[in-house]
Design a binder for this molecule. Structure first.
Ligand code: PEP
Ligand code: MG
Length: 880
């Protein structure tokens, strides 16, 4: 229900009627609600945006003279009025308020009786100044000069100390200045003053510069302005008078805490203007600040109690935490506005859960209020927003959080630093799988090259390490072991730097940090999210350590275990390399046999840790040359281990080189052409499952996933081999094992041929990193070089490796889901690319009917909340 007229008295809005901010302005709509809650809001009149528009054309008198005259009459003879702008959104700006409307020479004596002579004279001066400035465009500095001259003449510290005579002079001078500038005397009819002020505000809003300004803040061209005419609460006068602002919760933590400012003998925003030192709100704050002037709590304890109570009333009535702008008039509290409390990401969670617990909002609303990405602030240390920042480089914010450490340039140095208990920031041109051990030891990672799905980015996210990639404005001078910033500063090995992976910045030194917080309100919100969501959230976890972290984040299983990461440990890499360089199937099998127990051990650990939850293991995916040694020294060691000449190692490594390795012999192509590798992995998986299943009650049903599939026959070949291994293990161990075999959909062809592929797959897991790379024909490892330019120039709305390209890659997902489920309605659909941790991509997956998303463990809470929101929103739109 809305009001049929174009104006309404604030206290006449019928109960239960919510005025629309679009029609009445946000402040007007809010004040009506406060009045409706029975709070002490001064009486007044609200004008709609339509009426303001008409007034801008024809003037207030045409539409409105009688009502305004009546307003004065009904509010009483001594009344003064304020006129305030009420734009639909506060950020669209609007003219400043005009206060004290209605003072004339004839009404001055009554005002003096009410607020005292000095107060009345000060209000008169303020009105003339405000009116002349707003209505007639007189330069406010002319009035400020009058005041400054009097302060000087009377040799007082500030205008508050001026004697009565000075105030009389000031009013006379103000009137004279007005006459001089406007060529007419200051208007002596209160209704004339009000009408002219209303006209000025309405026309000002429609002026060109105001329009340009608000459009720059997102206002549509047709945005209107509501107006509020209200009885002035006398913050200047007798008894305890003043104005202030109060906040009721700490905006950093969201916990109840009183703060703000109060100034005696003041009105409007005086307390924030710094003209006199304001009083603090609580005694405790005053004592902490060592301020001798009493706090509001000491000056007017009842007012403070009332403010607290009103805060609770507003929270319950408006469904959010607000502070107040208020005035004390001879000890009586008036609320001039309720101001939504600004809040940090952490405070937002605390506030939302408190509101839901107190019944002010529903749990669903609490869940929908939190932007999932902001949970990052709970999960990782962050640089204190108040700390000074000395930024010397920037790149892509590849993995959130911040950490401080000393620069190291090699994984070995990172490991050494860790052994000595030091924090190291690993700085590399880009990382490769052999850097993983160093990354485990580092507290943060910085690479000069790379994009959001580069190796460094993916691994750092998995490890929860702050990481900046593609910091192209830094020069890596490896020979002299230093990095050089664009402004010529150099940072040598050992220099203390900080990586801010949330913002993508590199800072000198060690700024103050805020530590993560995973209990309390955060844990409550997460449990509500889990109750609300329908889609599973799994983790991409490669090692037992990852799996433990994932369980800590309460995931529903492992959606992607990239087995290649298991082969870089010192005791395995040599066997792996021997396997790769073997020139016969027999030699290869021998090397693989050495790897089998280790791989089996890994899976036993994973299954044990994830007990009762699904674990999806991907068979080997990357091109084999990624495992080969690069340095001469490593080649030497390998030659010795294999008992062959170094030249042979070099030769075979060279022979494995490919022009486009990411499009070469990798993924299932390894499985088809070197079946021994997948057979060893399958054996390790089945043996591990057999071991764990005989030990534990909860039976493991391993999920085995074939990467980079594009043809049905590939799956048939691999499936046959795996089935054979399963049968062997079951016979050898005399057990029955159940397992699921599925494919990764990572090539456009796999998506298009999904109907066919579903006949051999229990599940599809969409590898959207590769699928994005292949759909765009855009290298995921090189995109960082130009992605920022592309996004800045609007070529791509967002980095498609970060947020799923709904139009292109998304269509492939929809096609594959539809065709796959047509063949097999029970086909399980998941997504395990980096997009699995991105809220808008998760929303898309929900709409596309996916069963789960999988992301790095540290992003699981974000995904859990995003999945809950996706369910709630789709339910809402279904109801609409
Ligand atoms: C993918 O391509 O989306 C994927 C999950 O696999 P990877 O990132 O290991 O290529
Ligand atoms: Mg992939």
């Amino acid at each position: 229900m809305d009001i049929p007229h174009d104006y309404i008295r604030l206290h006449d809005v019928p109960e239960g009627c919510l005025l629309s901010p679009e029609r009445w302005g946000a402040r007007g709509a809010r004040l009506a609600r406060l009045a409706g809650l029975g709070l002490p809001v001064p009486r007044g009149l609200l004008l709609t945006t339509d009426l303001t528009r008409q007034i801008a054309q024809d003037g207030a008198r045409t539409h409105f003279d009688g009502v305004l005259r009546d307003t004065f009459q009904t509010l009483g003879d001594e009344v003064l009025l304020s006129l305030r702008a009420s734009p639909p959104r506060p950020e669209w700006g609007g003219p400043e308020a005009l206060l004290n409307i209605g003072i004339t020479d004839a009404r001055l004596p009554a005002l003096m009786t009410r607020v005292g002579k000095p107060g009345a004279l000060e209000l008169y001066f303020r009105l003339i100044e405000g009116y002349a400035t707003m209505v007639e465009g007189v330069d406010p500095e002319d009035f400020e000069n009058l005041m400054a001259d009097q302060v000087k003449y009377w040799s007082v510290a500030s205008e508050g100390d001026l004697p009565e005579d000075a105030r009389v002079t000031l009013v006379d001078q103000a009137k004279a200045l007005y006459l001089d500038e406007v060529m007419q005397p200051f208007p002596q009819d209160p209704v004339d003053q009000l009408c002219a002020a209303v006209d000025a505000m309405a026309r000002g809003w429609n002026g060109v510069s105001a329009r340009i300004l608000r459009e720059s803040h997102g206002a549509p061209p047709e945005a209107g302005l509501g107006l509020i005419v209200q009885r002035m609460a006398f913050g200047i006068g007798q008894g305890v008078c003043g104005a202030g602002v109060v906040h009721l919760v700490d905006e950093r933590t969201g916990t109840p805490a009183l703060s703000g400012r109060f100034l005696t003998q003041a009105q409007g925003y005086d307390a924030l203007m710094g003209m006199r030192t304001p009083h603090l709100i609580t005694r405790e704050a005053r004592e902490t600040a060592r301020q001798s002037a009493p706090s509001l709590e000491e000056i007017a304890p009842d007012a403070l109690t009332d403010l607290r109570t009103h805060g609770s009333t507003v929270a319950a009535g408006l469904g959010d935490i607000h502070g107040f702008e208020f005035t004390l008039e001879d000890g009586k509290l008036w609320l001039l506005d309720a101001v939504l409390t600004p809040r940090s990401a952490r405070a937002a969670v605390r506030i939302a859960t408190d509101l839901a617990r107190n019944g002010a909002i529903s749990r669903d609303d609490a869940l929908l209020r939190i932007e999932p990405r902001t949970l990052i602030e709970h999960l990782h240390p962050q640089i204190d927003p108040r700390a000074p920042r000395d930024v010397f480089g920037s790149g892509l914010p590849a993995s959130p959080g911040a950490a401080t450490g000393r620069i190291v340039f090699s994984p070995e140095a990172a490991m050494q630093a860790e052994a000595q208990g030091d924090n190291a920031v690993l700085v590399r041109m880009e990382t490769s799988p052999e850097d993983i051990r160093g990354m485990h030891s580092a507290c943060a990672v910085l690479t000069v090259r790379g994009g959001m799905t580069s190796h460094a980015a993916v691994i750092a996210r998995g490890l929860g390490l702050p990481c900046v990639v593609g910091a192209g404005d830094l020069r890596l001078d490896i020979r002299n072991r230093q990095i050089i910033s664009q402004d010529g500063r150099s940072f040598a090995e050992g220099s203390l730097i900080t990586i801010d992976g949330t913002r993508g910045e590199v800072l000198a030194g060690a700024p103050e940090m805020i530590q993560p917080e995973l209990d309390g309100a955060f844990a409550t919100l997460m449990s509500w999210a889990d109750q609300a969501r329908e889609m599973g959230v799994r983790a991409n976890a490669d090692t037992p350590q990852d799996a433990r972290v994932a369980r800590g984040f309460e995931v529903d299983g492992i959606g992607l275990c990239r087995t290649e990461h298991m082969f870089f440990q010192e005791d395995r890499i040599t066997s792996m390399r021997e396997m790769i360089l073997a020139d016969s199937s027999e030699d290869r099998r021998r090397a693989l046999a050495a790897l089998l127990p280790m791989q089996r051990g890994d899976f036993v650990d994973l299954f044990d840790i994830m007990r009762g939850l699904p674990v999806c293991i991907r068979l080997l995916d990357p091109p084999l040359h990624e495992f080969l040694p690069h340095s001469r020294e490593e080649m030497h060691d390998l030659a010795e281990a294999m008992d062959i000449p170094v030249s042979q190692v070099v030769e075979r490594a060279k022979a494995l080189g490919e022009f486009n390795p990411m499009l070469g012999k990798r993924g299932v192509r390894l499985g088809v052409t070197m079946p021994e590798i997948y057979e060893m992995q399958a054996r390790a998986i089945f043996e591990a499952a057999a071991i764990v299943n005989t030990r534990n009650l909860e039976q493991i049903v391993p999920e085995i996933m074939i990467p980079l599939v594009s043809a049905k026959r590939e799956v048939e070949v691999v499936r046959k081999n795996i089935e054979a291994v399963a049968a062997q293990v079951m016979a050898e161990r005399e057990v029955t094992l159940t397992y699921k075999l599925g494919i990764m959909v990572e090539t456009p062809r796999a998506a298009l041929r999904a109907g066919d592929l579903a006949t051999d797959s229990a599940f599809f897991s969409f590898g959207t990193n590769d699928l994005t790379q292949m759909t765009y024909g855009l290298s995921r490892d090189d995109a960082g070089r130009f992605m920022r330019d592309y996004v800045n120039q609007g070529v791509f709305a967002e980095d498609p490796f970060h947020s799923l390209d709904i139009e292109g890659v998304g269509e492939l997902l929809l096609i594959a889901a539809k065709r796959g489920r047509k063949t097999d309605p029970d086909l399980v659909l998941g997504l395990c690319g980096e997009h699995g941790g991105d809220p808008s991509s998760i929303h898309f997956c929900k709409l596309a009917g996916f069963d789960y998303v999988s992301c790095s463990p540290f992003r699981a809470p974000i995904a859990r909340l995003a999945a809950a929101q996706a369910t709630l929103l789709s339910r809402k739109s279904g109801q609409a």
